[in-house]
Design a protein around this ligand. Structure first.
Ligand code: FO1
Length: 315
């Protein structure tokens, strides 16, 4: 069974770890958000590509959800001692990824090719595709607050530097309208037997993927069932600032709001047992609900939820 997953953020990495236990590597393709990409100390950092790659390579710091297991931060400390900014915690071995990526991008290689090489060198046989080789950057408009940064911020400035504490007024995907899908992305959606939308923030993890022209059309056109997993339980995100970002986009902070963001092309949505009541509202949107325990607190639960997803898609 060929499975294509749309992914971004820490929830996605967990479900991908589960899917990898059930789907042969050569049948698993992951289309990854690059709206979070950032330039830190002159290096191109692709957090979501790295989280998925490290997850599949068995190298991810699972508790943190980003970066490498057993990481050290000596370079960060040394950079700080020289007076540079250290709000973005780049680990010593993680730095190697950003150095190699940046060197190859500077030499003119596309991000998709660099991503494939980095994955192969880490023993990952699944196909990890950036949504686009073109730069698309998620920008957050924050309201004026005395004494803190306001206006349009890059996603990592909002999320890490400001700890997602600022009021969100709007979200934009800079560069999206001029971007094209990376090679293989549209085919991966068209040729899949199942398309999975991971339990990621619908605004800043899946939203940038959907903003790349042609990708919503590909989701409409695919013959594969498209199944999502809600990143919300009740009225609260499982993790991160999805609530504030969804509100800024006019979406209710609930599984129903997630369904509204994906209406038109999503066939079914896995919602938590506490949200079974949304079944009829989802049906009104043309989306079937699959009820399960969606919290992935250990690896067994990652695999169990992945099984629910694959069975739910084919039900
Ligand atoms: N998230 C944080 O909350 N604090 C950090 O200092 C941080 C550093 C970091 C370094 C490399 C990397 O690949 C990811 C990193 N993240 C950090 C995670 C990242 O900001 C977010 O998880 C994603 O952008 C959301 O998908």
């Amino acid at each position: 069974m060929r499975v294509t997953a749309l992914a971004g953020g820490t929830g996605a990495a967990k479900l991908i770890r589960g899917l990898a236990e059930l789907v042969p590597p050569s049948d698993l393709t992951i289309v990854v958000n690059t709206g979070d990409d950032a330039r830190i100390w002159g290096l191109h950092v692709s957090p979501d590509l790295d989280s998925v790659t490290y997850a599949l390579a068995g190298r991810l710091d699972v508790a943190r959800g980003w970066g490498l297991r057993d990481e050290t931060f000596n370079c960060l400390d040394a950079v700080g001692a020289l007076g540079a900014e250290t709000w973005f915690n780049l680990g010593d071995r993680d730095l190697a990824t950003h150095l190699v990526r940046t060197e190859r991008l500077n030499a003119g290689e596309p991000l998709s090719a660099v991503t494939a090489q980095l994955a192969r060198r880490q023993g990952v046989a699944s196909l990890i595709l950036p949504m686009s080789d073109d730069p698309v950057r998620t920008r957050i408009l924050t309201s004026d607050l005395p004494g803190v940064a306001s206006g349009w911020l890059d996603f990592q400035e909002y999320f890490v530097r400001e700890k997602a504490s600022l009021a969100v007024v709007d979200v934009a995907y800079a560069g999206a309208s001029d971007a094209t899908p990376a090679p293989g992305v549209v085919d991966a959606i068209a040729d899949a037997d199942v398309v999975v939308v991971c339990p990621s923030n619908p605004v800043t993890s899946i939203g940038p993927i959907l903003a790349v022209p042609g990708l919503v059309a590909a989701l409409h056109a695919t013959r594969a069932p498209v199944i999502g997993v809600s990143p919300i339980v009740g009225d609260a995100p499982v993790s991160g600032p999805a609530g504030a970002l969804m509100r800024a986009r006019g979406l209710p902070v609930s599984s129903l709001g997630v369904a509204q963001a994906y209406r038109g092309w999503l066939d079914s949505l896995v919602v938590d047992v506490r949200d079974a009541e949304f079944a009829s509202a989802l049906r009104d949107l043309g989306i079937a609900s699959v009820v399960a325990d969606i919290l992935m607190t250990d690896h067994a639960r990652e695999v169990a939820l992945a099984r629910v997803v694959l069975e739910g898609a084919c039900a």
